[in-house]
Design a protein around this ligand. Structure first.
Ligand code: NAD
Length: 501
């Protein structure tokens, strides 16, 4: 794991960033990868001033030309995929396959954004007045701040940045303090792409290193037109309150507590695979991780027996090796939170299976755990909270309406799914009386979304939508234009306001 060589291959020069305050540690063994300086308030202010100047130049570029830069960035990502994917694994602990998958997601959103750069269109509406035309135009917003979480250290930025940039904005990124190297690598790759086009404004994208104080300074700055923040609901609440007095636009992507309903008609082989990837993949550290399994009483016990066998056999280990499907938790404090949640589950009447720490002798500074199952008598307090670890709470239901009520009976509203071959159940689940989440799936798990759809959730998940569909509208402002090409001045609603002449 030669981090210096890997960073050099990714053109990351750490020297200017060295200092104190931001420590990148690999979850694989807890070793320090780099010590970097927290950016000072002055440096943040300078970065924002540069980003604002860049915006003023960039918004004049025709959108398809902006798309050309994103196309080149996509090329850089394709070339760098093995190295950047590896860095993602080293700094966030996800298995290599998932590290590569994260970079692929960046490539996919670049492709999407390139197409989008020729499709930023508004509507033309029928005017009620003769000789008038009404339409809407979409304009860039300005400096867009992206605050991101540790668990998707590159993709979340790319979802935001690719769209924000083709929409004509500049981007300032404050990555998680736990994954600064991934951010510096993305910035270096972006700068390589920018050098391939004449005249890309300096400071079009930049990285601010630090934690919540630096994030807060960005939210407060009047030059910032959009704050797109991904992370815990606690963080989102702090950002929303800070942002509200100046009415700055926010796009919040916060915690999830995602469920799957398994109905009696479900294809259980398929369900079992989906449950396993969604609950144990990324060591339970996805916002869309499956945390609650709501199983029909007629198949509950049998499914639990099958799950226990799979949970026993799941290979947990070094994410850079071939073989492990479950890597480490991000750090030892995540391990403590997991153990506290399992204690709470027991206290609330749950029967806990698995969840023990493993490889502690070999990796004392890292947090490897066996995924846990917690069979719960009810959707008690702990089940309603998001614990960022591989714990799957299992509950029983009798009627589908009760299962949907359980699925909706938590404060979060990100992702959900049902396994059923009963068309009526599936349609009910997708209807307005069904899942209250931003994502509702049938016969696939709640995690692993494609970039083509809008991604995000309701309630305490924050209400934001990113990535595909029409999520680009969050990065632009809409102007309604009415054009009078007649020689009269009729007023709307037939109002008469005649001046005596
Ligand atoms: P976190 O909330 O601790 O940190 C996220 C980011 O917010 C970091 O960059 C952090 O420095 C910054 N931050 C924290 N407090 C802040 C404040 N007061 N002002 C400004 N910035 C602040 O989250 P984490 O532990 O890195 O990530 C895990 C959480 O993220 C989970 O809750 C997970 O569900 C959520 N998440 C959500 C999505 C989604 O799309 N909904 C995606 C990934 C992760």
């Amino acid at each position: 794991m030669d981090i210096s060589a890997l960073l050099a291959e990714l053109n990351v020069d750490l020297l200017p960033e060295q200092g104190q305050g931001v420590v990148s540690r690999s979850p694989i063994d807890g070793a320090t990868l780099a010590e970097l300086a927290v950016h000072s308030p002055e440096r943040i202010a300078q970065t924002l001033a540069r980003a604002q100047r860049a915006f003023h130049l960039w918004r004049d570029w025709p959108a398809p030309r902006r798309g050309e830069l994103i196309r080149l960035f996509g090329e850089e990502l394709r070339n760098a995929k093995p190295r950047l994917g590896r860095l993602v694994s080293i700094e966030s602990g996800k298995i290599l396959q998932e590290g590569f998958g994260e970079v692929q997601e960046m490539i996919d959103i670049c492709d999407f954004a390139v197409g989008l750069s020729r499709q930023l269109y508004g509507l033309t509406m029928a005017s009620e007045r003769p000789g008038h035309r009404m339409m809407e135009t979409w304009h860039p917003l300005g400096v867009s701040v992206v605050i991101s979480a540790f668990n998707f250290p590159v993709a979340v930025w790319a979802w935001n940045a690719a769209l924000a940039l083709v929409c004509g904005n500049s981007v300032v990124w404050k990555p998680s303090e736990k994954t600064p190297l991934c951010a510096l690598a993305c910035q270096a790759l972006f700068e390589r792409a920018a050098r391939r086009i004449e005249g890309v404004p300096e400071g079009l994208t930049s990285v601010i290193l630090g934690a919540h104080e630096q994030g807060a300074q960005l939210v407060d700055d009047a030059r910032v037109a959009l704050v797109s923040a991904t992370g815990s609901t606690r963080m989102g609440r702090a950002v929303a309150v800070r942002a509200a007095p100046r009415f700055v636009r926010t796009l919040l992507e916060l915690g999830g507590n995602n469920a799957m309903i398994v109905a009696p008609s479900a294809d259980l082989d398929l369900a079992l695979r989906a449950i396993t990837f969604a609950a144990a993949g990324t060591a339970g550290q996805r916002c869309t991780t499956l945390r609650r399994l709501i199983v029909h009483e007629s198949i509950h016990d049998a499914l639990i027996e099958r799950l226990k066998k799979v949970w026993d056999s799941l290979p947990v280990g070094n994410p850079l090796d071939d073989g492990p499907l479950v890597g480490p938790l991000i750090d030892l404090s995540a391990l403590q939170q997991m153990q506290a949640a399992l204690d709470a589950a027991r206290n609330e009447g749950g029967e806990v299976y698995g969840g023990a720490r493993v490889h502690a002798q070999h990796y004392p500074g890292a947090a490897y755990v066996k995924p846990a199952l917690a069979v719960m008598p009810a959707q008690s307090d702990i089940v309603q909270r998001e614990t960022f670890a591989p714990i799957l709470y299992v509950m029983k239901y009798r009627a589908i309406e009760d299962a949907i009520a359980l699925q909706n009976g938590v404060p979060q509203g990100l992702s959900s799914s049902i396994f059923t071959n009963d068309l009526r159940e599936a349609e009910l689940f997708l209807s307005s009386k069904g899942s209250d989440c931003g994502i509702a799936n049938v016969n696939i798990g709640p995690s692993g979304a494609e970039i083509g759809g809008a991604f995000g959730g309701e309630k305490e998940t924050g209400g934001g939508r990113e990535s595909g569909s029409d999520a680009w509208k969050a990065y632009m402002r809409r102007a309604t234009n009415t054009i009078n090409y007649s020689r009269e001045l009729p007023l709307a609603q037939g109002i008469r306001f005649d001046l005596e002449s």
